[in-house]
Each structure stands twice: as structure tokens, then as C-alpha cells.
Design a binder for this molecule. Sequence first.
Ligand code: FEO
Length: 398
Amino acid sequence: MHARSIIKGDLHYVGVNDRITHLFESLWPLPGGVSYNSYLIDDDIVALVDTVEVARFGVYLRKIKSIIGERPIQYLIINHMEPDHSGSIRLIKQYYPDIILVGNKQTFGMIEGFYGVTGERYVVGDGDCLALPHHTLRFYLTPMVHWPETMMTFDETEGVLFSGDAFGCFGTVDGGFMDSRINTDRYWDEMVRYYSNIVGKYGNPVQKALQKLGALPVQVICSTHGPVWTGANIAKVIGVYDRLSRYDADAGVVVAYGSMYGNTEQMAETIASELSAQGVRNVVIHNVSTTHHSYILADIFRYQGLIIGSPTYNGQLFPEVEALLSEILSRDIKGRCLGWFGSFCWAGAAVKRLGEFAAKSRFEPVGEPVEMKQSMSAFTQTHCEELARAMASRILRT
Ligand code: FEO
């Protein structure tokens, strides 16, 4: 039983799966569920790294006790206070009242605020360490990856990085949790979606963290979501996070549109067809009403171009387009090219509003916006194709 929970030496996985929650943070779909990972260092004195979402506490406690029996836990290291990981702190404190909470200055205010938990604590600063009998743990403050109190813990003895949300992904861990024992294919797209949805706003802090941790001899990455990463996957997951946090993107274009009766959709189809004709191989069309924005955001992080279209609705943008634009702005996405188009029946507003979004965004405007009255005409088609050619030329020259 113990052997199955072992990651390396006396380090164990004690995380849990969640296949019940439909929307992560009540926002982001979880078609493949999610795992909340926690880790146990079964040294002569025991340390626990992060906890799990509180609804899974029963399973969690059973896993812990199956490894340490009735031995006490000396330390709870709290890398991140978002409740998907901190949710069980109060119950852990009830079961292990003498446990010492380990966090940084920012951590403890949140513990009291969320859970009313006080008691013995060990406050760490950047670069401080905690010596267990057979492990040396060093702490690195990594604020805003993903909250201000976030830090990472590096087990210098085993080369294991407890990275919090960083390098995490959506998806439960089914059967095994070690990348070497499972098929990891399904996690890579979900890593991009996790990053772009959850951490996407914090590209600069992620870059700072990567620089701070760059010299560490990491052999194992234990994130709070998804598989434990080892071997060649270490460089791969760091590469994914590095690229996304630099807002680096592949040559390709996302065409995202709203359409009530299919007329604006025809503009999107025309643009996409011309993009393809011009040699853009990665063209993704999203109807903002039928594709959850979570997936559209992931593709916007993935590809260099975005062409967005909206009908005029109540003298404004189509509401789902408006929502998507807000999500883009709040992530401060940059280094992208932007084209736009819109339609109206009797009084146009959408194209003007999209222009206002373009001015607020950090995207490079490309081509001439196209405005259509009521339905597709030869004139509109020509202008949609011109917009697509301008985008294709811009994308393919970089
Ligand atoms: Fe998985 Fe920011 O918590």
C-alpha cells in the first residue's frame, strides 16, 4: 500500500481527485476533473506539504494515516493559501493540534482570515531553510504565482521541487500519479488551459520565479495539480510555462465571433477560409456562445493572431463577446495581432466598440476592420478577405 504512494525515498503522494466539481473557481470547466495534490515527507519527524480541498478531507486523512499511522505530523508547509489547497488546514490542526504551520509573512494573515487558525508557526523568508533529520527544505518566495503569499519549497536532499500551482494542469490523476507510470498525453492541452485561465495574468511573476529557480538541480516537480513530473518532462513543463509566461505564441489565428442568426458567422467563415488560402495552417474558429471561454483563452495564448467579430446587440457588443474581451484584458495578454469585424441591422456599434477594445489592449492592430449591414454581400466578402490577407501576411512574416 505504501509503495504505491511513494514518489522517491520517504516522500509520498497524498493528494485526492475531484470528479464532482463542474467549474473550477466556479468559472472554468473540468471535463477531466482535477487533482488537489499534497505530499508527505515521512522522515523521522513528519512534514506535510500543502493540504487539499476540504470536501475530500476524509479520503485525505485516510491516505495520511495509511502511511504514518498514529505518528504525529510536526510541520505543515503551506506554499499557497487558495482554498483548493488550504481548505483542510483547520481540520488538520484539529487532528494534529501540535502541528507547526510553516509559511511566510503573507501566509499567516490569510490562515487567520480564512480559518481562524492560530498557534505555533514558523515564519520563513526567501532562501530560509528547515532541516528535518534527513531532508533539508529551502523556501523560495514566488509572489503572484498565483497569489501574493505563494512560495515554493525545494527538498535539497532529494532534488524535489514542491511548486504550488506552477507547472500544474487540470485533470485527475487516474491510477498512478507519476508521469513515468501513466499516459500523460491528455495533460498537455490542459496545462495550457490551466495556465491561461488561472495564472495567465501573472506572466512577469512567473518569469521572475523561473529565473529564481533556474539554477536548482530539480529532479522531480511536485505541483499542486496534475501528475508528478520527472525525467525529460521537467524541461518540457518548465518550457511550457516559460513560453506561456513570455506570451510567446505559434503562428496561427483564432477567429472568435458572436452571431445570433448566422450572418456574422459568415464573415468569420470567409476570413478563416482566406487565412487558410494564404497558408495559415493553424486556424481555429470559436463561436463565443457555444465554446466555453476557457478554451478560447487557451487558444489565444497559443496563437499569435486574433480576429474577433460581434453583432451589434442593444446598441452594444454582443454580451458573450463583451465578456471575452474583459477576460482578455484582465490577463494583460500582449504580443498578439488583432483584427476585428462586426455587423448591425439598423445602427452600428459593434465595430466601434471593438476599436475601443483594441485601443485598450496591448495587441497590434492589423488590417482594416470590416462592418456589415444585415447580411453578407460581395462588398463585405471582399473586405473580409482583405482583413484575412493582412493578418496572414503579418503572421507568416514573423
Ligand atoms: Fe490551485 Fe491558486 O490554487
